[in-house]
Design a protein around this ligand. Structure first.
Ligand SMILES: *[C@@H]1O[C@H](CO)[C@@H](O)[C@H](O)[C@H]1NC(C)=O
Ligand SMILES: *[C@@H]1O[C@H](CO)[C@@H](O)[C@H](O)[C@H]1NC(C)=O
Ligand SMILES: *[C@@H]1O[C@H](CO)[C@@H](O)[C@H](O)[C@H]1NC(C)=O
Ligand SMILES: *[C@@H]1O[C@H](CO)[C@@H](O)[C@H](O)[C@H]1NC(C)=O
Ligand SMILES: *[C@@H]1O[C@H](CO)[C@@H](O)[C@H](O)[C@H]1NC(C)=O
Length: 383
């Protein structure tokens, strides 16, 4: 019932959006009219890509909002969903999903475990997705002529792909980099060694953004990387890490900060190199970190403890992920979620709950954490 109510509500919203969009512009500083979103990234923006490529994620992933597992690593919506929703656009179909996908308003190339650089350790035997950023940009490159072919053919499939002019008008969003750092930490590199790889990772990021620009993309919304030292994945696996006053692994966060500094600098340069592009750097680190600094302010408790997990101080075990069936003293048990995910920041030890994602979205969308300081709905304008 709740779902039907929700759908009704959504169609009303779309109707209102439609009416607003068909009204001639009144203001000189018009909001951007993005007809589509193309996203590149890792698990923080995966809407089901990795699940489509390999295997479905189990419940309780998805329990809060979708009431089924969609392949999102959260109890509900992720930041990308809130971005799409804010423009009245549908949630993005994963490019890799062959069943029931609808690409009229964009596509999502992100998969959980994706890195910027080609990873050494690849799923199913290793830890990371084979769909690194370079592969994602190649998939986008292939998408354009395939979509054109289908559009020219007409028929039912033609109704599921974007219009030709959407590529230049769309918003291109990015959320990737955390796994390149994780790969270093889990590859037995010291924190300092991982830190020294950062400039090379960022260079590869920029090269891929240029590739996507060369395919016609113009409006870029690029997230930096979050405070990796605050997630149980790091805290539980590197227990001797030095902690800051909030219990986060200080030096691991410093590597994130260095990545973010280098990315911000590189994007400033890219703005000069690509004068036709509107490039927005989005500091997602700060609003995420503020959740751990001040959990009560946002209605959260147990900030560093996973909601859906099992074992130890952080309720996290890398071998017993959210929704997995584990054997405890001879009894099979499903790794389930906490009673109220809405009161938690961390969902599964690596990713955030819908409640946390919503707060971060609200903070980044108004321009307070972007360089240049423009809100999401003006991200088509060059500074
Ligand atoms: C959620 O899914 C379960 C099992 O599929 C179903 O029994 C339940 O009615 C659903 N709840 C809502 C609110 O749709
Ligand atoms: C695809 O998505 C568009 C936009 O949301 C919608 O109008 C259309 O009906 C969808 N097509 C199908 C077959 O669901
Ligand atoms: C890291 O070191 C441990 C212990 O020496 C070893 O078992 C593991 O295979 C190493 N991992 C990598 C990715 O090199
Ligand atoms: C990472 O490298 C930068 C540049 O050399 C340095 O300023 C920073 O302190 C380093 N951070 C860590 C955690 O090693
Ligand atoms: C499993 O068994 C051990 C030994 O009997 C006991 O100490 C432990 O508490 C049990 N664990 C759980 C989760 O029941």
């Amino acid at each position: 019932m709740a779902q039907i109510e929700f759908l009704r509500h959504m169609s009303l919203v779309s109707l209102i959006v439609l009416i607003l969009c068909s009204t001639p512009p009144i203001f000189a500083t018009k909001n951007c009219d993005f007809p589509a979103i193309f996203n590149f990234g890792a698990s923080n923006s995966d809407t089901g890509g990795l699940a489509a490529a390999f295997q479905a994620l189990p419940l309780p992933n998805g329990e809060t909002f979708f009431n089924r597992s969609t392949g999102r690593f959260s109890d509900g919506r992720i930041i990308l969903d809130f971005i799409a929703q804010s423009f009245g656009l549908p949630y993005l179909s994963p490019y890799l999903n062959s069943l029931g996908s609808n690409f009229t308003h964009g596509a999502n190339f992100a998969t959980a475990g994706s890195t910027i650089k080609i990873p050494n350790s690849i799923i199913p035997n290793g830890m990371f997705s084979p769909f690194s950023l370079q592969i994602q940009s190649i998939q986008f490159k292939d998408f354009i002529p395939k979509a054109k072919f289908i559009r020219d053919q007409g028929g039912v499939f033609a109704t599921l792909i974007p219009k030709e002019d959407y590529y230049s008008k769309a918003l291109y969003t990015f959320d990737i980099g955390q796994n390149d750092l994780t790969a270093g930490f889990f590859g037995n590199k010291t924190i300092q060694q991982v830190n020294t790889t950062v400039p090379d990772i960022v260079k590869s990021f920029i090269d891929n953004i240029k590739n996507i620009y060369n395919l016609g993309a113009r409006s870029f919304w690029i997230h930096n990387t979050g405070p990796i030292g605050c997630v149980p994945l790091i805290l539980a696996n590197f227990p001797s890490a030095i902690k800051d006053r909030y219990g986060c692994a200080k030096q691991y966060n410093e590597v994130s900060q260095y990545f973010n500094l280098k990315l911000k600098e590189a994007l400033a340069q890219l703005r000069k190199d690509l004068p036709l592009a509107a490039i927005t750097y989005v500091d997602i680190y700060s609003p995420k970190y503020s959740l751990f600094q001040n959990p009560k302010k946002y209605g959260f408790e147990l900030p560093l403890v996973a909601c859906c997990g099992n074992g130890g101080k952080y309720n996290y075990n890398i071998r017993a992920g959210c929704g997995a069936t584990i054997n405890i003293n001879g009894t099979n048990t499903v790794v389930g979620s906490c009673k109220k995910p809405s009161t938690r920041i961390i969902w599964d030890g690596t990713h955030y709950t819908e409640a946390a994602n919503k707060i971060v979205f609200d903070q980044i969308s108004n321009g307070a954490f972007t360089d240049p300081p423009i809100p999401l709905n003006r991200a088509c304008y060059k500074k």
